[in-house]
Design a protein. Structure first.
Length: 73
């Protein structure tokens, strides 16, 4: 299967959304602030480089052990 970079749609989301959690009654920001982890979650929710993701995805190859054994013969 061959893909072109422009054919891919990348789904970008925030793994941890403190505002959404607080809205639904789960206030965790204070806990993570006490542990000095808010900057870490900011990094996780940081920018997604769509062109880099697309570039990697169309060139990635996945091998399993059977293919590896066949190639080493």
């Amino acid at each position: 299967m061959s893909l072109e970079e422009w054919e891919l749609n990348v789904q970008v989301e925030n793994p941890v959304d403190f505002i959404f959690l607080a809205y639904h009654g789960c206030e965790l920001r204070d806990i993570y602030q006490a542990q000095d982890l808010v900057d870490y979650f900011g990094m996780l929710n940081g920018p997604t480089y769509l062109s880099l993701v697309r570039h990697f995805w169309v060139r990635a190859q996945v091998y399993d052990m059977e293919v590896l054994k066949q190639k080493s013969l």
